[in-house]
Design a binder for this molecule. Structure first.
Ligand SMILES: C[S@@+](CC[C@H](N)C(=O)[O-])C[C@H]1O[C@@H](n2cnc3c(N)ncnc32)[C@H](O)[C@@H]1O
Length: 349
C-alpha cells in the first residue's frame, strides 16, 4: 500500500465510492471515518436517484412514450450528485416534460411550446431541475436529432430560453444564438449557459460548509448567485450574521425572498436579497463570500480580487469537478453530508 487516499482527488475524478471501498476493505490507507461517510452518501444519493428514475419511467409507460434509462453510477451505488439520465426521441419531449413536471422536475427556465420544439430540434441534452429542492436533476438525452448546422451556430438552451419565437419557427434560433454571442462579446458579460448553473447546494451540505466558515455576528456574508436563498437564510439562522444574496434570475430572487420572509422578522432584518448580476454587485460590506458557481464565473470573480479591491475577507468556493485559473486556496477540504459530497476551498485574502 502506498500513500493515504486523497478523497478530494477521488471526488474530483468521480470515483469517491470506489476509493472509500478500498479504504474500508483495507486495500488502501486512508481516513476510515471519511470513507464510511463517503460510502453512505454515495449509496443514499444513488438510491434516491434510482427511485426517481424508476417512477418517471413507469409514468412514461403509462403516457405511452418510449423512454429508457441510461445506466450510470447510480446503478452501482457510486453516484456523487443527484442526477440520472433518460434517453428519448425528439417527438417525445413535450409529453416527457409534462410527465417529469408531475414529479416536480422542470427545465431551469420557463419554456413555451415553440421553445420546446426548438429544443427537440437542436439541444441534445436537456437538464430538468427539481423545483422544490433545486439539487436533483434529470438529464434528458434527446437522440435522433438531425441538424447539419456547425456547432457554433447550433442553438443552446440559453439561446432558446431567451426568446420565444413561437411554434413552427425553430429555424430562427441560430440567428438568436449569433445575436447573443455578439452581445456578450460587446458587454463582457456571459449569460448562465449550463443547465447546472441553477442547482443549489445540497441541503445536507449547507450546515457543514457554513460550520467551516463559522461566521461571527459582525460578519457580512455574501452569497453570489444565491439561488433560492438557502445559504444566506441558514447562515443568518445558525450564526446570527448579516447576509446578502445576489441573484440574476428573477424567479429565484422571488423564491429567496419568500424563504427569507418565511424565516421570520429576525432573519428578514439580517438578510437582504438583491436582484442583479454578480459582476455588478457592490461587495464593499462583505467579510465572507460564498461561491457555488460555474468555474468561469468563479474565475471572473477572482479577477476582481486580484485587482486588489478586496482584502481582509474570506472566500469559500465549493465544487466537485475542479476550478481553473484561480490562485491556490489557503485550505481545501472534502465536505461530506448524509446525502451530499463536495470539495470546499477557502481563501483568506
Ligand atoms: C449553482 S447555483 C448556487 C445557488 C446557491 N448559491 C446555493 O449554493 O444553493 C448558482 C446561481 O447563480 C446564479 N447566477 C449565475 N450567473 C449569475 C450572474 N452572472 N449573476 C448573478 N447570478 C448568477 C444562478 O441563477 C444560480 O441561481
Amino acid at each position: 500500500m502506498t500513500g493515504s487516499t486523497d478523497f478530494a482527488e477521488a471526488i474530483r475524478s468521480q470515483c469517491a465510492a470506489r476509493a472509500a471501498d478500498a479504504v474500508l476493505l483495507g486495500k488502501a490507507r486512508g481516513d476510515a471515518e471519511m470513507a464510511r461517510a463517503v460510502r453512505d452518501a454515495c449509496s443514499a444519493i444513488s438510491q434516491r436517484m434510482l427511485g426517481t428514475r424508476a417512477e418517471i419511467l413507469e409514468a412514461c409507460r403509462n403516457a405511452s412514450i418510449m423512454a429508457e434509462a441510461v445506466t450510470g453510477p447510480e446503478d452501482t451505488g457510486e453516484l456523487q450528485y443527484h442526477t440520472t439520465s433518460i434517453r428519448l426521441a425528439p417527438g417525445a419531449l413535450a409529453t416527457m416534460l409534462g410527465v417529469a413536471g408531475d414529479f416536480g422536475f422542470r427545465p431551469p427556465l420557463a419554456l413555451g411550446p415553440g421553445q420546446i420544439e426548438a429544443i427537440a430540434r437542436y439541444v441534445p441534452n436537456l437538464t430538468l431541475v427539481r423545483a422544490d429542492d433545486a439539487t436533483s436533476r434529470i438529464v434528458l438525452r434527446i437522440e435522433g436529432q438531425r441538424s447539419s448546422l456547425p456547432s457554433v451556430l447550433r442553438p443552446r438552451l440559453v439561446d432558446i430560453a431567451m426568446t420565444d419565437a413561437g411554434p413552427g419557427r425553430s429555424a430562427r434560433y441560430p440567428l438568436f444564438r449569433l445575436r447573443r454571442i455578439v452581445g456578450e462579446r460587446l458587454s463582457g458579460r456571459r449569460s448562465p449557459s449550463s443547465d447546472s448553473d441553477f442547482l443549489g447546494t445540497p441541503d445536507s451540505l449547507v450546515a457543514p460548509l457554513l460550520d467551516w466558515l463559522a461566521p461571527g455576528p459582525d460578519d457580512v456574508l455574501f452569497d453570489l448567485g444565491c439561488g433560492d436563498g438557502r445559504i444566506v437564510v441558514t447562515a443568518a439562522e445558525r450564526y446570527g450574521c448579516r447576509c446578502v444574496g445576489v441573484e440574476a434570475n428573477p424567479d429565484l430572487v422571488a423564491a429567496a425572498r419568500a424563504r427569507v420572509a418565511q424565516a421570520g422578522p429576525d432573519i428578514a432584518d439580517r438578510v437582504e436579497i438583491s436582484e442583479g448580476f454578480i459582476e455588478e454587485a457592490d461587495l464593499s460590506r462583505a467579510t465572507i463570500i460564498f461561491l457555488f458557481l460555474p468555474s468561469y464565473l468563479v474565475a471572473r470573480f477572482f479577477e476582481k480580487v486580484r485587482g486588489g479591491s478586496m482584502s481582509g475577507i474570506r472566500i469559500l468556493a465549493h465544487e466537485q469537478t475542479g476550478l481553473h485559473g484561480l490562485p491556490p486556496p489557503s485550505e481545501t477540504r472534502p465536505i461530506i453530508g448524509a446525502e451530499g459530497i463536495t470539495i470546499a476551498h477557502l481563501w483568506r485574502v
